[in-house]
Design a protein. Structure first.
Length: 111
């Protein structure tokens, strides 16, 4: 992988939350899943900024949904995990698992 191809920790969390939220999930659902799963105090704008960055990288698809009366006639932006995003997540997991296996010999990390 090239330098810009690696996922940061927050990018991984957002992609995993998106995968959990399901197909064509609004950013708010991704945010709520991330907060629920991690217990982190996260700014919703940080999730949207990250989703848009992941979209630019080709890891996430984004499209506008239908306008709804609940939103005053405005449409929601919907996100979907792309196959390349799933591959990037799997690669990150494999790298971390390899490092954890290697680090097991450290006395503070045993068990």
């Amino acid at each position: 992988m090239a330098k810009g191809d690696y996922l940061g920790e927050f990018e991984q969390l957002v992609l995993l939350a998106l995968a959990t939220a399901g197909e064509d999930a609004p950013g708010r659902d991704v945010y709520e899943e991330l907060v629920r799963a991690t217990g982190r105090d996260v700014a919703v704008t940080a999730v949207y900024v990250t989703l848009n960055r992941l979209h630019k990288k080709g890891l996430v698809a984004a499209e506008m949904g239908e306008a709804t009366p609940e939103r005053g006639g405005r449409a929601k932006k919907l996100f979907r995990l792309e196959p390349e995003g799933a591959r990037a997540l799997k690669s990150s997991r494999e790298q971390l698992e390899q490092l954890w296996r290697a680090a097991r010999s450290h006395p503070e990390l045993r068990g």
